[in-house]
Design a binder for this molecule. Structure first.
Ligand code: NAD
Length: 495
């Protein structure tokens, strides 16, 4: 791991490319409009970013369609696409520190998380998906001897991926890896709050050998580039990660246009349940702190609702408060920093509003509190823990997307399950118990796409990632991700 001085030196050297990448070239938006990329830790402008709209979307979609129809990528043997994607993985690895710095500067994430999570996970996802694509077979249907029924997976065509700002590189790769591996042309629309790393990724894609037009990146405000992509009649699949509100809008846009398939991976308000038979309270408390304070709580699977069995609540809360001390917000580029800056002023204000609401609703501030913004000093918030929380409070029900933890309690297993499920979201859940039967019983009953037992956030490229209820229904990673980007084709041959 580099020292703080080395990271700062690298941050001064990296190229800040803000132009869109369409048909193999960097270009300004057709309108010439830009918006600033701001470093949330310093409030300084990093660079200007192209503000793409419908005109740029038209250009990218027609380049993507042309490439798809030409077969320059879609007709390659899977093994050939694999080799190019493996080269891209190697380039991401080679330029990992540079990509890490770009995201850290752009959205305030601790550099240690970029180096420890985002970059290695992105490389692994690219490699795992690339390696899988030439090992998947079609099917032959069990027909009579006078026919041959073939069932194959075909690339869907032009895929638009719209991604959020909290894991800019990783969220993008979770979508583009399977979409490209399956043979599609892909247009990535990153969040306006963190577009820099994926613009560099587009350049690396070209260097790896991805043909022009097959992978474009269009930065732009959601209601311009994102909406134009979602309404476009020549986009076949829309893969989205972001808020449940915008996910709902995208489903409407698909209905208003060509019924493109829309995959939604949306928000969360994940519960953590700690039972009195938990075998290691200190470990659970330390994980409870990590589950809400890493990446400043700007994590879709953040366990923002903690329910502890009444008999161990006091002991657990003590251990939790101790663990939270490690998350004092600091310069994201310092290698020891475990909590950086919130992404922007609007996010800081949202978090401040929710902490005030928690107090007004009767919550008890155990540590942290309403942040006071000091102009020019960055958007930092103390780790905040609110006790006396219950499900009747708005701050316990709504996604805050910041370092704010609600702590409530339960008396028995049935109540724990009820409290966990009493929420509109269903992304993840963490359960702490030493009782194997309880671990299985509770995991089955919890309404969420993912459950972690005696841990939080575990998973790798082999496991699907996604939710239920208002958290959406799409799945990233694993072979299941490929289903989003392929169509089933049947061919019935009379013999
Ligand atoms: P957001 O919904 O505001 O924006 C997501 C993307 O949609 C951005 O690229 C944005 O520019 C674009 N967008 C916004 N309005 C649009 C519109 N009208 N039409 C088309 N595109 C539009 O979400 P965000 O604030 O960037 O990200 C935070 C959210 O993402 C949280 O709710 C978080 O839980 C969720 N998230 C979910 C997962 C998951 O895997 N389920 C992962 C990460 C983040």
């Amino acid at each position: 791991m580099k020292t703080s001085a080395e990271w700062i030196a690298l941050s001064e050297l990296v190229t800040l490319q803000g132009r869109a990448f369409i048909a193999g070239q960097f270009r300004s938006a057709v309108s010439g409009e830009t918006f600033p990329a701001i470093n949330p830790a310093t409030e300084q402008k990093l660079t200007d970013v192209a503000s793409c709209d419908a005109a740029d979307v038209d250009m990218a979609v027609s380049a993507a369609r042309e490439a798809f129809v030409s077969g320059v990528w879609s007709d390659l043997a899977p093994g050939d696409r694999k080799r190019i994607l493996l080269r891209l993985a190697d380039l991401v690895e080679k330029h990992g520190d540079e990509l890490a710095v770009l995201d850290s500067l752009d959205m305030g994430k601790p550099i240690s998380e970029m180096v420890g999570i985002d970059v290695p996970d992105s490389i692994d996802c690219l490699r795992w998906t690339a390696e899988s694509i030439d090992k998947l077979y079609g099917e032959i249907a069990p027909t009579g001897n006078d026919t041959l029924g073939l069932i194959s997976h075909e690339p869907a065509g032009v895929v638009a991926a719209i991604t959020p700002w909290n894991y800019p590189l990783m969220m993008a790769i979770w979508k583009i890896a399977p979409a490209l591996a399956a043979g599609n042309s892909v247009i990535l629309k990153p969040s306006e709050k963190s577009a820099l790393s994926v613009l560099r990724l587009a350049e690396l894609g070209k260097k790896a050998g991805i043909p022009d037009g097959v992978f474009s990146v269009l930065p732009g405000f959601g209601h311009t580039a994102g909406k134009a992509l979602a309404l476009h009649n020549d986009v076949d699949v829309l893969a989205f990660t972001g808020s449940s509100r915008v996910g709902g809008l995208l489903m409407e846009y698909a209905g208003q246009s060509n019924l493109k398939r829309v995959w939604i991976e949306a928000g969360g308000k994940s519960p953590m349940l700690v039972f009195e038979d938990c075998e290691d309270i200190e470990k659970a408390a330390s994980m409870a702190a990590a589950a809400i304070f890493s990446n400043q709580g700007e994590v879709c699977i953040a366990c923002s609702r903690l329910y502890v069995q009444s008999s161990i609540r006091e002991r657990f809360t003590e251990a939790l408060l101790e663990a939270a001390k490690a998350y004092q917000p600091q310069d994201p580029l310092h290698p020891d920093t475990r909590m950086g800056a919130l992404v922007d002023k609007a996010q800081l204000e949202t978090v401040a509003r929710y902490i005030q609401l928690a107090i007004d609703e009767g919550g008890q501030v155990l540590t942290g509190g309403v942040p006071e913004a000091v102009p020019g000093q960055g958007y930092f918030v103390e780790p905040t823990i609110i006790g006396e929380a219950h499900n009747g409070m708005r701050f316990v029900q709504e996604e805050i997307f910041g370092p704010v933890l609600a702590v409530g309690e339960f008396s028995d297993e049935a109540e724990a399950i009820h409290l966990a499920n009493d929420n509109r979201y269903g992304l993840g859940a963490s359960v702490w118990t030493g009782n194997l039967s309880r671990a299985h019983r509770v995991s089955r009953k919890i309404q969420s796409g993912m459950v972690w037992v005696n841990g939080w956030g575990g998973g790798d490229s082999t496991m699907p990632f996604g939710g239920v209820k208002a958290s959406g229904y799409g799945r990233d990673k694993s072979l299941h991700a490929l289903e989003k980007y392929t169509d089933l084709k049947t061919v019935w041959i009379s013999l």
